[in-house]
Ligand binder design. Structure first.
Ligand code: NAD
Length: 503
């Protein structure tokens, strides 16, 4: 069966209307072989506005549905995702080039956030706050916010939508989703799975969850629509620089989940076997195309020679190949642009004094239109040039350090602030890294790589990563509006701050 036939089989099994992917101007390619798997009609700005109008109508109904009942829809979505896990996971592998284990893992993450959000639907609590006025009570109430626009990146084509959608739905909001133009089929499949849950749920309003297909212009129509109360945008910092100010100009809210330039520090006391495995997964997994991919590594002088040659060996021997037909751990880059960006970064690193191991194209892994590479490890004399940027490919820049506080300073000396790790068995070093003068990232780990977060914690990063938080902890608050309520149950009207105004 060809990849295109496989796509068609999965899409029709999940109930996606063939008209949505058989004739149109947006071409979807599989990075696995480079072949074109679908042609999709794109949504015009007017069609996006019509979708937002439907969502705004849905909001007026959905916001009054009790939250635990809204949670029931998300519980059903979790059930449907469990039933569709193999098919959707395989579609993720076809469209994003992930290994079957990572494709299935992405769908598992969707299931996990549904479980989390279902419980949350009975927990959308505010505080009761002591008031200075006698016979008064003060509290806060969280209300649904409005239409949520989701813009997502190619590398987590379905999980990002589910993080946003599961929370948005229990919080009382409809969702309009603009997936990456590189991964529209997994979006249509996800929507079809939610449609099944909606059919079982019964009385949800029309337009509660919609997908709009297209590129940047389609996203801009969502960004500029004043009825979209929250734009949750995941992608490059370049995209966030455009989206953030546009939404701010109309006083809309954003959750920005942007690029990372994540690093690890390996200390003298580290368990080197464990560090090796964690670094290998963090830096080479998903062919270096995770926002949390480890891109920089600081290794203490005293263990450099015990660790780095072993890492270089792992880089030389890791299996690179077709994720659908082999057991390879490293699949393809998403497209030619990604390959060229990787080669350009390696050239710059070499020019800056770096020693490059690997990085070449692996031509026997797939046909000419697919871009497989051997992951690259680059020993750098210092943190300069391309080391300071995110290149969305498997490049790990390795540098020596002698003094931990200085290494932490270097660690923090990049524009992005998403994820970070320290490998140590020394309590003082671990705690320093997690302290106020330690890592400046939204995620800081000890003896774990930079990637592979769980949904229970809030996910996101600082500085040019955008500052947004999604998924667990109290990330739900970004999807609701807060009202402070003060109730006077006395017969007097005392004013706050002792102000007197007797008439
Ligand atoms: P991208 O920025 O090219 O595209 C992301 C999405 O934004 C796409 O849907 C695209 O159509 C849309 N878009 C682009 N410009 C827009 C604009 N001006 N207005 C509205 N929409 C616009 O990113 P990509 O190549 O798909 O993904 C890779 C990037 O995403 C990396 O930088 C990676 O670190 C980042 N990422 C971040 C996170 C996170 O949670 N922090 C997660 C995944 C990916």
């Amino acid at each position: 069966m060809t990849i295109t036939d496989d796509c068609t089989r999965i899409l029709s099994k999940l109930g996606v209307d063939a008209a949505l992917y058989t004739n149109g101007t947006l071409h979807s390619f599989s990075p696995v072989t480079g072949e074109r798997v679908a042609e999709l009609p794109q949504h015009s700005a007017a069609e996006v506005q019509a979708a937002v109008a439907r969502a705004a109508d849905a909001f007026r109904i959905w916001r009054d549905v009790p939250a635990p009942r809204r949670g029931e829809l998300v519980r059903l979505l979790g059930e449907e995702l469990r039933a569709a896990k193999d098919d959707l996971g395989r579609l993720v592998s076809i469209e994003a080039g992930k290994s079957p284990s990572e494709g299935a893992g992405e769908v598992q993450e969707m299931i996990d956030i549904c479980d989390f959000a279902t419980g949350l639907s009975r927990q959308l609590y505010g505080l009761t706050i002591a008031t200075e006025r006698p016979g008064h009570r003060m509290m806060e109430t969280w209300h649904p916010l409005g239409v949520v626009g989701v813009i997502s990146a190619f590398n987590f084509p379905v999980a990002v939508w589910s993080w946003n959608t599961a929370l948005a739905l229990v919080c009382g909001n409809p969702v309009v989703w603009k997936p990456s133009e590189k991964t529209p089929l997994t979006a249509l499949a996800s929507q079809a799975i939610l449609d099944r849950a909606l059919a079982r749920f019964g009385d949800a309003p029309e337009g509660l969850s919609q997908v709009v297909i297209g590129g940047r212009e389609t996203g801009e129509a969502l960004v500029d629509d004043p009825r979209v109360a929250l734009v949750s945008a995941t992608g490059s910092t370049r995209m966030g620089r455009q989206v953030g100010p546009r939404v701010a100009a109309r006083f809309g809210r954003t959750i920005l989940e942007l690029g990372g330039n994540n690093a690890g520090i390996v200390c003298p006391s580290a368990d080197l076997d464990m560090a090796l495995r964690a670094i290998a997964f963090g830096a080479m997994g998903t062919a270096g195309q995770r926002c949390t991919t480890m891109r920089r590594l600081f290794v203490h002088d005293s263990i450099y020679d015990a660790l780095v040659p072993r890492l270089i060996k792992a880089y030389a021997s890791v299996s690179v190949g077709n994720p659908l037909t082999t057991q390879a751990l490293v699949g393809p880059l998403v497209d030619r642009d990604a390959f060229e960006a990787m080669q350009a970064a390696l050239e710059q690193a070499q020019a800056a004094g770096g020693t490059v191991h690997g990085g070449e194209r692996v031509t026997d892994a797939g046909p000419g239109a697919a871009f497989y590479v051997r992951p690259a490890l680059v020993e750098m004399p210092s943190q300069t040039g391309p080391v300071l940027e995110e290149t969305f490919a498997p490049i790990l820049y390795v540098m020596r350090y002698a003094d931990l506080p200085a290494a932490i300073q270097e660690h923090n000396a990049v524009a992005a602030g998403l994820s970070s790790s320290i490998f140590t068995t020394d309590l003082r070093e671990a705690e320093l890294f997690l302290s106020a003068s330690g890592s400046d990232c939204g995620i800081a780990n000890v003896n774990i790589g930079t990637s592979g977060a769980e949904i229970g914690g809030a996910f996101g990063g600082e500085k040019e990563t955008g500052g947004g938080r999604e998924s667990g902890s109290d990330a739900w608050k970004a999807y609701m509006r807060r009202a402070t309520n003060t109730i006077n149950y006395s017969r007097a009207l005392p004013l706050a701050q002792g102000v007197v105004f007797d008439i």
